[in-house]
Write a protein that binds this ligand. Sequence first.
Ligand code: SF4
Ligand code: MG
Length: 331
Amino acid sequence: MTKLLEIENLKTSFFTEAGEVQAVRGVGFHLNKGEVCGIVGESGSGKSVMAKSIMSLIHSPGKIKEGRILLHGENLIGKSDKELRSIRGNEIALISQDPMSALNPVVRIGKQLTEVIIRHRKVKKKEADKIAVDLLRQVGISSPEERLRQYPHELSGGMKQRIMIAMAISCSPELLIADEPTTALDVTIQAQILDLMNELKEKTDMALLLITHDLGVVAQNCERVMVMYGGMIMEEGPVKDLFQNPKHPYTEGLLGSLPKQSEGVKERLIPIQGSPPDLLNPPKGCPFAGRCPYTMSICEKQMPPYFEVGIGRRTMCWLQDESKKDGANHE
Ligand code: SF4
Ligand code: MG
């Protein structure tokens, strides 16, 4: 399989008055051409910051401190704004949770969409109008001519998200990053939007990076999943395998299968007790140590490395190292 995107040791921080917030703390993964991959985690786990880093949309006080973002083997970090603008849209597109943040409320939909088409496809206005109508049909919008004359506030949430998808695919990107694309929508519309993205994916063979806190969305749509926590990837693997047999206590927690701390029995525990690590002062050891029912003495002292735990699977947890188990988790 051809690698489309490779992220290496990505670190993104925000330099605030209170200090450096380490939102992404050394993330590495790759995405193949045409693949659908999920990134799952609670809010504040670094998912959106990572998506924005890939898009080169991190602005002051944020900064990509370290790492490489390779698209077709070419590092995007260090490219000029002009080059990046051309890559965004032509090669990578982002749709976010809140379509209103990307749509201008005082400009008609048609004008916004055709501007994108003219800029990226280098066509004349008339041609762009035709393409816009066709795109709206592709994303399942009926009477497109009428919609194009409307303003964003005249459309429903689901309709706006369809418009965002139309804009995103207008330049046939090879990678579509969807950051919580359906969170603000009701369940039926959510399913329709996800179906639509899958359909477009099938037709065009674009890769899809689906960022969500919803495990059901990942289970139904993705081949592979990465579980993020505290700005790092805790676990990665094929969706079915990972959900059936999680190897990281945080994944167990997300799946609601963690044992209670005081008892050894499996009991549902949603949400996971405790709060995520303070990214102003991230822990030296495992980011999950403060909430993990299996914490051992090494966990707080030393960051666990990745352990391979099957085909295409890795987990960042000391439980995989027999020699490090010290029975510190005395019951
Ligand atoms: Fe829990 Fe330790 Fe594994 Fe972290 S490394 S998840 S604290 S057992
Ligand atoms: Mg987010």
